[in-house]
Write a protein of this length. Sequence first.
Length: 325
Amino acid sequence: MSVATACANIALVKYWGKRDAGLNTPAAGSLSLTLDSLRTFTQVELTDAEEDTLSLGGKPVTGRPVARITAFADLVRAMAGRKERVAVRSQNSFPTAAGLASSASAFAALAVATADAFGVALSPKELSILARRGSGSAARSIFGGFVLMHGGSASDGQDAFAEPLEGIPLTFSAAVAAARAEEKKIGSTDGMDLTRDTSPYYAAWIDCVNRDLGTAQAALREGDISRLAEIVEGNCLAMHANAMAARPGIIYFGPSTLWAIQEVRAMRAEGTPVFFTIDAGPHVVAFTPPEHLEQVAARLEGHPEVAEVITSPVGDGAHLVERMP
Ligand code: DP6
């Protein structure tokens, strides 16, 4: 039996579009920060059962999530030349009711635990490639801190992996304004495909990502928070503009989203170094140096549609642990 933990990550330059659906390779690179407070623990046990099984937070799950686990475990079974089924137990350290469940932490933890359970020794780069097959953003959660995902161009997907960015002179904590939202309506996989197939802005978006990857890394290395804020917010809004321009338009924002954007910008105008980003849901993530976190988090609590503000320091990479918490 193997147990692993991994943190979610939030992209500063977003992944929104696939090159190859089968290998789950991204159409471009991306850049993220791993967050400690949004953590998954996953236990993998090999069994002689007929089927793979999955429980989330202690509750048995069936259907599509199990099919995803089976497709993923098949990759590791093929590497190991073994046939056992897996019994997967997974649990998040944060309230999934807020709709923050992350495929990034889930598949990064699953990659580490499944490889270990089948006795397959993989390098961090190989684990990142494996995790990507489960979910693109999971490739980044293999690593802690700032992480760069390479979009790659190889037809076998072997150059589409993440690696940590070393020597960045900046540290950010995050305040996640978790909206009182139902489960997200359009998952990122479907949202990306619809955007690629129908949005008139898709090609411009991919060009935008390629530019932002270079300038965001330069701003990080120079410790230029103002420049970084402009790039990160611009990239996030370009992703959402692109998705909104799909047909039918995909709108992830909820009632508290625009409010939180305005609060973050108001704080910045008042002199607090803070900037926002938003993934495929209504929650706004504010990044700020740790000394400003408390003030930023308190401010983001002030909307009736914000269920809670989750704060987080930077997270570490995926790794094995002794047992489930
Ligand atoms: C908006 O990694 O969930 O969070 O590869 O289809 O599983 P799949 O997509 P996923 O997409 C993440 C989209 C995003 C942006 C990002 O994290 O880069």
